[in-house]
Design a protein around this ligand. Structure first.
Ligand code: C2E
Ligand code: CA
Ligand code: CA
Length: 728
């Protein structure tokens, strides 16, 4: 409300038609607004008149107000630049309007709409000003701000970003009172975009609006609060006495998010916030720096758990500076040919021969050395360079795999990791097809690894592209399976052929029954859906044999190979070929029999009896030695003595049954401990029980029959499982 009071006293006095002063002053008193008249002179802006409303609102008596500077309404948290702007306007005789944090006489802060206009009606320096002061609640504050108040946010009525920076700089330029600790909080409401998207912008606005009034009530004028971006708020606490106070505030802010937000009846949603904290310890700092540091801390909070805060530290700063440098270097890495692919073999779980390769990016950084993708993929995602990197990995993997096949070194599919950014591009299908055409690689020698969330999140285009690629023969695998969605419905719709169980489940699979259960369930489910299963992160033989026993098709992990350079891979392939050549000369068409007895002469005699061109014979003198051998060699039939010092034959065969259920197990014993033997037979641990001394012919017949039994068993099972991935 602008009060245009004709204040030309000389005119009033001389004109008979003018209003009497008493009428004027009682009219002013009756006004619902607090009104004051101030005189601007060299000594400042002095109040010469205050109406009753103003006195009531502020708790001052009218007499008290007379002669005081109008800044009498300002208090410790009143925004300084606001006062300066008002001051300025008054001195120049300009109309002006501000949202002011005013104080009543007893120190209670309240927000007020403060207007100022020249009493004589025209703008000129000096003279009298009329001011009105109307307390506003938060809602009114939001309504009243707008174009008229360029330093305020139109929606919430809070300060905007430039205003916040000005305020901070103003405080800093004055020098900090000793012992005080200025702190800046940057708050970001997570997922507001989703609310806007699903429930409409009005709902999103309401969230912002409610949140800003909640902030007001938490800080009660102790802070300068600003809305500095869509869903971002800045809170500047100019004079905390103790660092611990800030955590009290943060606690209260985060607690706001404990209750669900109900935009309209029947809709409930939980929001979270990420808070970055930056405290100022060097007086030379500026607002921009404080904001930068708080933003960095905030993005760190966002990366960790939701509804959390993070306090800026130098270390964080250093890391982010490293990241910035990395970003620059990454731009040039492809041009400078610093990127290369390493290949990690995948092996058939049963035969342990290589049945696939996964291509993994490495960056040969000129100063930092060889960097893994965990360091640079996130940077590449941020900068969009992932498109070029991904295209490089795809093409290079196709090219190299084609050359392995051409050179008859290896003929298996190569798996390439695809990022979300690549997959959602319209041109993705064509890029893959071009890579295949240009390198000459057959489509079924390429597998694309995508993650669950990528097939879930991305709209039908990504799915359609994967579907078309599958039609062309390209294989699709779900990477890191088990870590993403619990809704598995998508699996039956997707052109997925392979599930890769995430390494976190494999790590403890032999120790944690929950992990073992999950892994078994994934394998069973995948097989029911006609998919093959890859376990990654296999680091020990016991993990490998557990997975093999549970019919996992393919194994990948350090136990077999680390990711290898092309050169190391080729050396390894040559070794394998040589080994296989040597082995296959000796084992071609041959089955393997393992004999276990603690007495060496018996072992020797047995071996003599069973010597055959049909199978090869391995020997072990204890249960442990036998288990070691079994981990290394493929065995089809085992004959074990029963009485051995550390581990009895039946105990050994019970373990063999668990780990290698296909091996045909025979006990050869000089003693007829009927109870034990019957028990073992009944539990299926052993296939035959034979007695010493043996009849040579009979023993040979038993062994031959055991091999036939093995063949019949495994053939039956292979028919049951209709997959070819593991069979490469
Ligand atoms: P990923 O797809 O899950 O790849 C498997 C990671 O497990 C690889 O890490 C591999 O070195 C590691 N690994 C293999 N065996 C074992 C093991 O026995 N134990 C343990 N602890 N780890 C094992 P790497 O090479 O550091 O790659 C990390 C991630 O970077 C990959 O995870 C993949 O998501 C991403 N990545 C790698 N290359 C590319 C690429 O060309 N494009 C895209 N978009 N992402 C890539
Ligand atoms: Ca992968
Ligand atoms: Ca993985």
């Amino acid at each position: 409300m602008l009060l245009h009071l004709d204040d030309d006293r000389s005119r009033k006095r001389s004109t008979g038609g003018s209003l009497p002063e008493t009428l004027l002053s009682s009219a002013l008193d009756a006004s619902a607004s607090g009104v004051l008249i101030a005189e601007c002179g060299d000594s400042g802006i002095r109040i010469v008149f205050a109406n009753r409303t103003l006195a009531e609102r502020t708790g001052h008596s009218r007499e008290e107000l007379l002669g005081r500077d109008f800044a009498v309404f300002c208090g410790p948290r009143t925004i300084r630049s606001t006062i300066e702007r008002l001051d300025d306007a008054a001195r120049c005789g300009r109309s002006h309007r501000e949202m002011l944090l005013a104080y009543s006489r007893d120190g209670t802060p309240f927000w007020a709409d403060f207007t100022l206009s020249p009493a004589h009606g025209s703008e000129q320096a000096g003279g009298h000003m009329v001011a009105t002061l109307d307390p506003v609640d938060h809602k009114q504050r939001a309504e009243r701000t707008g174009d008229a108040l360029p330093f305020h946010d139109g929606l919430t009525g809070l300060l905007n970003r430039p205003a916040l920076e000005r305020e901070i700089d103003y405080f800093l330029s004055r020098g900090l009172p000793p012992g005080s600790l200025p702190v800046l909080l940057l708050l970001d409401i997570d997922h507001l975009g989703a609310i806007n998207h699903i429930m409409g912008h009005a709902a999103g606005d309401r969230v912002l609006w409610e949140f800003s009034s909640q902030l007001d009530s938490i800080f009660q004028g102790d802070a300068i609060i600003a809305r500095i971006g869509g869903d971002e708020f800045g809170v500047f606490l100019p004079a905390l006495e103790e660092a611990s106070q800030v955590f009290g505030y943060i606690d209260r802010i985060l607690k706001l998010f404990d209750t669900p937000y109900t935009p309209r009846p029947g809709h409930r949603t939980f929001l979270t916030a990420s808070i970055g904290v930056s405290a100022l310890d060097r007086p030379a700092d500026r607002a921009s720096l404080l904001l930068q540091q708080a933003a960095l801390a905030q993005s760190h909070a966002k990366d960790s758990v939701r509804n959390s805060y993070f306090v800026f530290e130098e270390e964080l700063d250093r890391r982010s500076r490293d990241r910035a440098a990395l970003r620059l270097d990454l731009c040039n890495a492809l041009e400078r040919a610093e990127m290369e692919l390493h290949f990690q073999p995948q092996v058939n779980a049963r035969t342990r021969s290589i049945c696939g390769l996964e291509a993994l990016l490495r960056w040969n950084h000129p100063e930092l050395g060889l960097l893994g993708p965990d360091v640079f993929i996130p940077v590449a995602e941020e900068t969009g360079l992932i498109i070029e990197l991904g295209a490089f990995a795809l093409r290079e993997a196709c090219r190299y795999n084609h050359s392995l096949i051409e050179r008859r070194l290896l003929d298996v599919p190569v798996a390439v990791n695809i990022s979300q950014t690549q997959l959602v591009r319209e041109s993705f299908f064509n890029e893959v097809m071009e890579a295949l055409e240009e390198t000459g690689l057959a489509a079924d020698r390429l597998e694309l690894e995508v993650t669950e969330s990528m097939v879930m999140d991305t709209m039908s285009r990504a799915r359609a592209q994967l579907g078309s690629l599958k039609e062309q023969g390209v294989r699709i695998a779900i990477d890191d399976f088990g870590t993403g969605y619990s809704n598995l419905g998508y699996l039956k719709m997707e052109p997925v052929r392979t599930l890769k169980i995430d390494k976190t489940f494999i790590h403890e699979v032999t120790r944690q029954s929950s992990d073992a259960g999950i892994v078994r369930a994934i394998i069973a489910m995948a097989h029911n859906l006609d998919m093959s299963v890859v376990a990654e992160g296999v680091e020990t033989e016991s993990q490998a044999s557990f997975l093999q026993r549970n019919r996992c098709d393919v194994l990948q992990g350090f136990y077999f190979n680390k990711p290898l350079t092309c050169r190391d891979l080729e050396n390894h392939l040559h070794d394998v070929q040589r080994g296989q050549a040597g082995e296959s000369a000796a084992t071609e068409g041959k089955r393997t029999l393992l004999l276990v007895d603690d007495e060496r002469n018996i072992l020797r005699a047995l071996a003599r009896t069973l010597r055959s061109t049909e199978y090869r014979i391995l020997q072990a003198t204890s249960g442990d030695e036998a288990l070691d051998l079994l981990a290394r060699e493929e065995v089809h039939v085992i004959i074990s003595d029963q009485r051995m010092p550390e581990m009895t034959g039946i105990e050994l065969l019970r373990r063999v049954k668990d780990i290698y259920p296909d091996i045909v197990r025979i006990i050869l014993s000089g003693y007829t401990e009927l109870a034990t033997v019957t028990n073992a037979i009944n539990r299926g641990s052993i296939y035959r029980f034979l007695t010493k001394p043996w009849q040579e012919k009979e023993l040979r017949e038993h062994v031959e029959e055991a091999f036939r039994h093995f063949d019949a068993n495994t053939a039956g099972r292979e028919q049951g499982a209709g997959r070819d991935n593991a069979g490469q």
